[in-house]
Design a protein around this ligand. Structure first.
Ligand code: GUN
Ligand code: ZN
Length: 437
């Protein structure tokens, strides 16, 4: 049985850090060790303790002085939008019609889907992200390519075929029946295969007819253990059009509520302009609001009020995400840097421990995968990122004046990107090195 012993400064969260001094919220080892075997972390702690448990044949890798954290988790991202990112000058609905739908139509070609799935997961790993909740295109083959590629790399990923049957070009439409049938077939083939998990994925209320949302609700009832992901309350024009399409609804959230789409495994991208009633409905059902700061800024959608949602009487479960290609960067570090600024514009701050909690354990809890990923706890999967706070000349210079872990984390968030990620372990294997070679 081959095993690997990693040495470095280990940091993993136990719960939300209330303040910057809330040391009981995390576990930090200045000289830490992680023993990996069969894709799992079998021992974690002080290096001297963990080393004693390592057998003769254990490969030892010394990452000092770098930090070892759980791999990052991106809770909302679009695989077929790698060639949409950086499209100029539009707000959400025009951006979808002008750039996104034509690009997604190209995924009718399975070969294109395979190429992009490979490049997408390369890019995720290069940026330190080891788990995503992903939207594929409307085409069944795009999901098959994604899961095949993810399974080959032994990654824990959540993904689904977008269901959309109206208000878009013919090349990206399904029907309520074909959307249902394809989803069923994909669940059967991929959900639970290795580390793969399926998400029922109606794109949003504008591109799904009432009949299709009905079918999506049926799928959720038939598969209560599956995730459901969609978009909600991103932009004012979107909200107004949604209201026109579902005139009986009290508000946008009410539509998804009506079709039985709220729940603990339901992920709602954006949630920027929610009323108190809508926030209550999400909170009571345990649904997750996904904060996508780079996308919300880029498309001019609005400022997600993270701290208000957290602190209200009925708090929301919150995840964070890149939302590439509305989002402008693959990195969860860049995402949290922009997130910090959005929260600052709302008159609040997110401290660096809270940020790193969010993109590791916080997102794992929001996706209900914390038993497997998002921490460095023994028995969990060995998805690990190695971060170098001196990766660039500017970072090296700034590090000369850094004296605390909090300052170092904030520097990583503010100046870090893919260059900061020295190595990534996926199920115990060095995955970033694999891509580079
Ligand atoms: N709403 C419906 N589809 C999309 C999408 O692809 N990106 C974003 N940002 N919002 C959406
Ligand atoms: Zn999205």
């Amino acid at each position: 049985m081959s095993s690997t012993l990693l040495r470095g400064r280990t940091l993993s969260f136990l719960r939300w850090p209330e303040t910057i001094d809330d040391q009981a919220a995390w576990r930090y080892e200045e000289d830490g060790g992680l023993l990996l075997r069969d894709g799992r972390i079998v021992a974690a702690g002080a290096y001297s303790d963990v080393e004693r448990l390592a057998g003769e044949a254990t490969e030892k890798i010394d990452h000092r002085p770098h930090l070892l954290l759980p791999g990052f988790i991106d809770a909302h991202v679009h695989v077929p939008q790698m060639q949409v990112i950086a499209s100029y000058g539009a707000e959400l609905l025009d951006w979808l019609n002008t750039y996104t739908f034509p690009e997604e139509a190209k995924f009718a070609d399975a070969q294109h889907g395979r190429r992009i799935a490979r490049l997408f997961l390369d890019e995720m790993v290069r940026h330190g992200t080891t788990t995503v909740a992903a939207y594929c295109s409307v085409h069944r083959a795009s999901v098959e390519s994604f899961f095949a590629e993810s399974h080959d790399r032994d990654m824990l990923n959540i993904a689904g075929k977008v269901m959309m049957d109206r208000n878009a070009p013919e090349g990206v439409l399904d029907t309520p029946q074909s959307g249902y049938d394809d989803t069923k077939a994909l669940i059967k083939e991929w959900h639970g295969k290795g580390r793969q998990r399926y998400a029922i994925t109606p794109r949003f209320a504008i591109t799904s007819s009432p009949e299709q949302l009905e079918m999506a609700g049926a799928l959720c009832r038939e598969h209560p253990d599956l995730h459901m992901q969609t978009h909600l309350s991103e932009n004012h024009a979107e909200i107004a059009l949604t209201q026109d399409l579902y005139p009986w609804s009290r508000d946008y959230t009410d539509i998804y509520e009506h079709y039985g789409l709220l729940g603990k495994k339901s992920l709602f991208g954006h949630c920027i302009h929610l009323s108190e009633r809508e926030a209550d409905a999400l909170s009571q059902s345990g649904s997750v609001a996904v904060f996508c700061p780079t996308s919300n800024l880029f498309l001019g959608s609005g400022l997600f009020d993270y701290q208000r949602y957290r602190r209200r009487d009925k708090p929301l479960r919150i995840a964070t995400a890149t939302d590439v290609g509305g989002g402008t960067n693959y990195s969860m570090l860049r995402t949290m840097d922009e997130g910090y600024k959005v929260i600052a514009l709302n008159g609040e701050k997110l401290n660096p421990f809270q940020s790193f909690w969010q993109i590791t354990r916080g997102n794992a809890e929001a996706l209900s995968v914390q038993e497997r990923v998002g921490t460095l706890e023994e028995g969990t999967d060995a998805d690990i990122v190695v971060l170098d706070a001196r990766a660039t000349p500017a970072m090296r210079l700034r590090m000369e004046t850094v004296t605390t872990l909090a300052q170092e984390l904030f520097l990583l968030q503010t100046l870090g990107d893919d260059r900061t990620v020295r190595e990534v372990y996926v199920a115990g294997r060095a995955a970033k090195t694999d891509i580079a070679s």
